[in-house]
Design a protein around this ligand. Structure first.
Ligand SMILES: [Zn+2]
Length: 271
């Protein structure tokens, strides 16, 4: 059985921590470097449900995409929900490791996994300087509506489902995809000249301006759903490393939906 430090070294090689954004908080949140690791659980959010799942599973390591503490803290008291997560983990000898913007910009990274989930052919990065987002081609042209239906079918189910902006009958051949919040990437999307943009967390003004300026179609999924495919990709990467090293790790991907939006009421089609 490998030690935590050996597993972390392998994960750091996949997603070098120095490639994380300055404001980010990646790396090991808790865990003993000498602890032996047998089971690993991958998840998007390091929330209590995931800690509980790791306890039930008997995992010794959670690898999460989102940081637990992004801005630092002065307390891990269990009276706070984040402190409770830390207590649950330490009580059960479970380590927590975060790969966030270093996984976004890796090769393969979060957006490669998103593209893969939809069977899109990646032709290059959306933002070359930091390898963020991907430009992709479809095997055959389809309408924006068909493309959105593909996203709805291939991504994990959420209450939000898929929101679409733009003419549903427009033909889509090339798309940009970005796992997680993508509305800071519109300049790159416009420069790429793609037909549609699949991402999450699009706000009113950037979305409105994007559809007014160009015939760009927008496909907005739940943030969690756009990043979840990375868990499967990352799990299979670690599985391969485990096989190569004879570690015998048992690697799991959480199917717990931790998207905070939990229900949806359709108000009907506007006139
Ligand atoms: Zn995210």
């Amino acid at each position: 059985m490998p030690r935590l430090s050996e597993v972390i070294a392998a994960l750091d090689a996949l997603w070098p921590p120095e490639r994380a954004e300055q404001w980010d908080a990646v790396g090991t949140v808790c865990g003993d470097p000498d602890a032996e690791i047998d089971r690993v659980l991958f998840a998007v959010d390091p929330v209590q449900e995931i800690a509980d799942e790791a306890i039930t599973l008997g995992a010794q390591l959670i690898v999460a995409h989102h940081p637990l503490y992004l801005r630092g803290t002065t307390t891990v008291a269990a009276s706070h929900f984040k402190g409770r997560v830390v207590h649950s983990l330490i009580k059960h000898d479970i380590a927590l490791h975060v790969a966030h913007t270093n996984a976004d910009t890796a090769d393969p990274g979060v957006s490669d996994a998103l593209a893969g989930a939809l069977d899109l052919r990646v032709t290059g990065p959306l933002v070359a300087e930091n390898n963020l987002g991907r430009i992709c081609e479809l095997d055959h042209p389809e309408t924006l509506s068909e493309f959105a239906a593909r996203a709805a079918k291939r991504l994990p189910t959420t209450s939000q489902g898929i929101r679409v902006a733009g003419d549903p009958t427009m033909i889509v051949r090339r798309v940009a995809v970005a796992g997680g919040s993508g509305d800071g990437l519109f300049d790159a999307v416009r420069a790429a000249g793609v037909d549609a943009f699949l991402t999450a967390d699009l706000r009113h003004h950037p979305a409105s301006e994007a559809v007014q300026h160009t015939p760009l179609g927008l496909v907005d999924a739940a943030h969690w759903a756009t990043e979840w495919p990375w868990c499967e990709q990352a799990a299979s990467q670690l599985d391969e490393i485990s096989d190569r090293n004879g570690w015998g790790l048992r690697v799991h991907v959480s199917k717990t939906v931790t998207d905070p939006w939990s229900s949806h009421h359709n108000s009907g089609a506007p006139n």
